[in-house]
Every structure is written in C-alpha cells, then in structure tokens.
Ligand binder design. Structure first.
Ligand code: FES
Ligand code: FES
Length: 170
C-alpha cells in the first residue's frame, strides 16, 4: 500500500506493508539519519518530528500517516550548511558516537520552535526519552542553550512557534 507522507518538505509516496513502522519506511527510503535502537520507544534514537512534534518513529505505523508531515535530521541541515542546533552540538562537544544525536537535535528543534529561550530544566525535559551512552547529557544541554542564545541574538528563529512545550518525545 502507499503512504503519502511529506518528508522534509517534499511529498513522498512510500510503498509500505500494513504493519511497517515509520522507522523502517524512512530508512528504506534512504533516510538513514533515523536510527534504529530499542524499537520499543525507550531509547529515542529513532525520533522524528511529526507535524513538528517529536515522536518515536519505531512506534508509528507508516500506513496510518497519510497526509502528515515528517521531518528527519536530513531535513534540518547538511554538513556544509548545518542548522544552528547541529553546529552548536558540534561546537559544544555534544556528540561522541553520534547515535543519539539526530533524535536529540530534532527534539531540541521542536523545543526552540515552541519558545526561543528555554530554561535548562525545559531543555532537560525535552530530552526525556532520549538515551545517550556517551556524554552524560551536559554537553547537549549546553548546546541547546547556546543555539537558543544564538538564534535569539540573530533574530532568525527556528520556526513559526506553536507555543506548545513538547516535554519529550511521544
Ligand atoms: S528505536 Fe528506540 S525509541 Fe525507537
Ligand atoms: S553520543 Fe553516543 S549515545 Fe549519545
């Protein structure tokens, strides 16, 4: 069956099995920045934005997402033109093995879209559901606060701003 999903701003007709997860469908379509970890909603490595809100793609059926909008890490920036959150993760040494990074960056994006100057507690809450084996989380939190300051200072923002705190992936 076909799932018509907008991925990173482009319409995609994904051929999926009825029971296929969004995680599998995206990776099969080449979006390898969506990482496979626990496959049961506890590690956060598979997080993508669904209509702007962080979700565990391993818990979603692709066939049920017709007409929805998905953002993966590939939609945020590239090595040559990184999103400010990506750059801040690198500059604050918030990346070691990198396996958790795409999901955490996307949750940070949703947080900054909801409000440009989050507190440290709000950043930590946004990382609820993301496991990192390497860093101890301090560097990622610093990275998000740095990106928030940079985006606030430049006045460029990261999105339209829904006013909704996401409180971690779902
Ligand atoms: S793969 Fe671990 S939460 Fe989805
Ligand atoms: S950087 Fe290795 S799991 Fe987070």
């Amino acid at each position: 069956m076909t799932a018509n999903i907008e991925v990173n701003g482009a319409p995609r007709a994904l051929e999926v099995d009825p029971g296929e997860t969004l995680l599998d469908a995206l990776r099969a379509a080449g979006f390898k920045g969506v990482k496979r970890g626990c496959e049961n909603g506890t590690c956060g490595s598979c997080v993508v934005l669904l209509d702007g809100v962080p979700h565990f793609s391993c818990l979603l059926l692709a066939a049920a997402l017709d007409g929805r909008k998905v953002t993966t890490i590939e939609g945020l920036g590239t090595p040559d033109a990184p999103h400010p959150i990506m750059r801040a993760f690198a500059e604050e040494a918030g990346v070691q093995c990198g396996y958790c990074t795409p999901g955490m960056v996307l949750s940070a994006k949703a947080l900054l879209d909801a409000g440009p100057r989050p507190t440290e507690a709000e950043v930590r809450e946004a990382f609820d559901g993301h496991l990192c084996r390497c860093t101890g989380y301090v560097k990622q939190v610093q990275a998000v606060l740095r990106a928030a300051a940079e985006l606030g200072n430049t006045g460029t923002g990261t999105g339209s701003g829904t006013g909704e705190r996401t409180g971690g992936a779902r």
